[in-house]
Design a protein around this ligand. Structure first.
Ligand SMILES: Cc1ncc(COP(=O)(O)O)c(C=O)c1O
Length: 379
């Protein structure tokens, strides 16, 4: 039985040519605007808000379906977070969103979930009309396009979290599109020991895939442990640091076209396999041109049971998000809670071989036969 890790693992091939090229070069034309390289996406979001002059007394509008790392930068700067509804297909409710824009609203954050473009042109127009800055959250959308244009090129600023899509030890990119905005200051990089530990962690995935087993599979099935991890990350303050030079160099060695093609191929294979699943359905029915998918989201009733089921057969699936930030009033945003309880994301990253994805595709329909059966998620 294979082990399929959740993120692309660091391989010897990724490291080959490490000293040969300057960092960032290979992906330069795939990231819009003037860029600043932070250690994480949340630090980059802090940078975007800072560049816009957001601070105490200001308000920022965020989608109700999100994780704590999107909220923390707003609160760290002393601003207040407001929320707008996201429907069960991940679409923002634009009428409610516009109604929530108040005199103190300085920015609206649009998340391009799982690499799929949100309604970015409509948001652009809304932001112009209301004189508010648009920040595109492309943490899931590195290398994704909307039509001919890169995601991240529409807003006043955009942020990326490239370590989610590439085998980097850290990394967060702030892309500034509005010429009048100043680049924010950067802190020092993390100590090299931290970078080394993170590199080792990324490389562990390669060993685990070769071994066909990972201790994570058992650990992730322990809810207490998952809660502890979540509590620790959600309570942590945003650490604003420069990204490591190792991450910058590895970013420069990435092959965007190959990454996009591979992810799209894996995604399409999983769509074929899951169109008639008895225990879940694909969240997106098609893969629009230009999308570089972060993963393959399924809508599943009894999500936690199926997560454990997939972990038990060696598939490191992700839940998005197991918890919403406590500041989101879920009684006001029932669809965000609905998504929180149902989304399961299968890996489609470039580190997976076609044979591994073929195995997953063949296995998915057989899962309900092997153990129990949960009803298909009807809307
Ligand atoms: C939508 C979204 N935005 C921003 C972030 C923050 O990125 P990072 O984890 O690199 O700080 C995340 C992280 O999970 C995310 O999912």
């Amino acid at each position: 039985m294979p082990y399929l890790c959740a993120d692309p693992p660091l391989t010897v091939r990724d490291l080959s040519g490490f000293g040969a090229r300057l960092g960032g070069g290979g992906v330069g034309h795939q990231i819009p605007g003037r860029t600043v390289f932070f250690n994480s996406g949340r630090a980059a979001l802090w940078g975007a808000l800072r560049a816009l002059g957001v601070g105490r007394g200001d308000r920022v509008l965020l989608p109700a379906y999100l994780c704590q790392s999107v909220v923390s930068p707003v609160l760290t700067l002393g601003a207040a977070a407001d929320f707008y509804p996201i429907d069960r297909n991940l679409g923002p409710d634009l009428t409610a969103l516009e109604a929530s824009v108040g005199p103190a609203t300085r920015a609206i954050v649009l998340i391009h979930y799982f690499g799929f473009a949100g309604p970015v042109r409509a948001l652009q127009r809304l932001c112009e009309r209301r004189n508010v800055a648009l920040i595109e959250d492309c943490a899931h959308a590195l290398f994704s396009r909307h039509g001919e244009r890169l995601l991240g090129s529409f807003g006043a600023a955009a942020i990326f979290s490239p370590w989610k899509s590439l085998p980097l030890p850290d990394g967060g990119i702030l892309a500034i599109n509005r010429p009048d905005l100043e680049m924010p200051e950067l802190g020092a990089a993390a100590p090299w020991t931290t970078t080394l530990a993170r590199l080792a962690y990324r490389a562990l995935g390669t060993v685990e895939m070769a071994a066909g087993w990972s201790p994570r599979l058992a650990l992730l099935q322990r809810p207490g442990l998952r809660h502890d991890l979540h509590d620790r990350t959600s309570r942590a303050a945003v650490r604003v640091q420069r990204g490591s030079s190792v991450a910058w160099r590895l970013l420069g060695l990435a092959q965007p076209e190959g990454v996009v093609a591979r992810r799209r191929e894996h995604w399409s294979r999983l769509l074929e396999a899951s169109s008639n699943l008895s225990w879940g359905r694909p969240l997106f029915g098609r893969l629009p041109e230009g999308v570089c998918p972060l993963g393959f989201p399924l809508v599943v009733e009894e999500r936690d049971r199926w997560r454990d089921r997939l972990l038990s057969i060696g598939v490191n699936v992700r839940t998005y998000w197991e918890h919403l930030p406590s500041i989101v009033a879920t009684d006001r945003f029932p669809d965000a809670a609905w998504l929180r309880d149902r989304i399961l994301v299968l890996p489609v990253h470039q580190g997976l071989r076609s044979s591994q994805v073929a195995w997953l595709a063949e296995t998915l329909p057989t899962l309900s036969r092997r153990k129990g059966h949960a009803a298909l998620a009807h809307r």
